[in-house]
Design a protein around this ligand. Structure first.
Ligand code: CTP
Ligand code: MG
Length: 335
């Protein structure tokens, strides 16, 4: 690892800007697709309101955080007053209603870590997961969406990283690799720590948005339209950033001691978080702090096998960006 030829940005990398941007553009969902998602949400809300008139549905995840590629599943959160009926009962009841309304593949997963009902809408072909009262996910969705509005390079970088992760099969939490949510946080953190910074740390600025969810205060500066030229002193191109992102995770990140933290816009130490040893199933082999649930390490799904896979993939990507004559093809070659 140490005898790698260290090359800084080569001017040659600039020729990759156009192809990377073309890949990014090709992944953006169309307005038509967005409209279909909205229509499905509205019709689901109507159905839900027949049983629970004051319940509301919110989109969260990639269809609402602006990091969704086309043809993704949509994530929906049902907000419902706490009553005497349990989450499982709500989900089973909901599954019944959806089934009677002709939605396909309806399945209630009541024992999952986040219990959901899955369904497919035969009219649009859109698949959808509905969870209950997961308000924190709705709030972190807004945080990601707000960051995306500050500098266009975040969305470009995150699309390329997510696309790479899916092709290389390192976006599978049940296999011990990272969630899309974790990859987006890695991109935000990376851009917060460029010199000069491309993104600010919204949670360190004065709060213009505050909500308390499950005893967690979520507060940050959300008037992002005022920050539109925040990153303009940094002129790094998308090709340079993709190169530097993989270089960072391949060769520069201190896996033994460091935790990346979007909340503080900096690296913090595993020691400070008491994430130095395995506790239960949390091994903390790659540490990504959730911006609001700060005791939550998004790398906790990574085990001693998958950390190896992950680091090898980062190194492969870094190597390709450095030396391959045609990185835009090689990088995304299916695993
Ligand atoms: N989420 C979370 N904590 C996690 C994983 C996910 O709060 N450990 C929430 C986040 O709000 C995230 C949403 O669940 O945006 C969906 O997560 P995920 O499927 O990882 O991301 P998507 O952005 O939906 O990506 P994809 O395009 O792959 O569906
Ligand atoms: Mg999703």
């Amino acid at each position: 690892r140490n005898n790698r030829r260290v090359l800084e940005y080569h001017s040659d990398i600039e020729r990759l800007n156009a192809p990377f941007l073309a890949i990014y553009e090709s992944l953006i969902p169309t307005e038509e697709e967005k409209a279909k998602q909205k229509r499905l949400l509205t019709s689901l809300e109507k159905l839900v309101n027949k049983e629970w008139p004051s319940a509301r549905l919110f989109l969260y995840g990639s269809c609402a955080n602006s990091f969704g590629v086309s043809n993704s599943d949509i994530d929906v959160c049902l907000e419902i007053e706490d009553s005497d009926i349990s989450k499982s009962e709500i989900l089973l009841k909901l599954a019944d209603m959806l089934h009677s309304d002709n939605l396909q593949n309806v399945q209630a997963l009541t024992r999952a870590r986040v219990p959901i009902v899955k369904l497919m809408d035969p009219d649009t072909g859109i698949s959808c997961d509905i969870c209950i009262n997961n308000v924190l996910a709705v709030v972190n969705t807004k945080l990601l969406r707000d960051y995306a509005q500050i500098d266009a390079r975040l969305r470009q970088l995150a699309f390329i990283v997510k696309h790479w992760a899916k092709k290389r099969r390192v976006n599978e939490t049940y296999q011990g690799t990272l969630s899309s949510y974790a990859y987006v946080l890695m991109c935000i953190h990376f851009l917060q720590t460029r010199k000069p910074a491309i993104l600010p740390c919204l949670q360190e600025m004065h709060a213009t948005y505050t909500v308390t969810v499950d005893d967690i205060e979520c507060a940050y500066f959300d008037r992002v339209e005022d920050l539109r030229d925040f990153g303009s002193r940094n002129i790094e191109s998308i090709a340079q950033l993709v190169w530097a992102f993989f270089d960072y995770w391949a060769y520069r990140h201190d896996y033994a001691n460091a935790v990346i933290s979007v909340r503080t816009g900096s690296i913090i130490s595993k020691r400070a978080k008491d994430w130095t040893r395995r506790i239960g199933n949390d091994r903390h082999l790659i540490c990504i702090e959730d911006p609001f649930e700060v005791s939550h390490d998004l790398g906790r799904v990574v085990d001693k096998h998958s950390i190896k896979t992950l680091r090898e993939e980062f190194e492969r990507a870094a190597h390709i960006m450095q030396f391959d004559p045609d990185p835009c093809v090689k990088l995304f070659e299916p695993y």
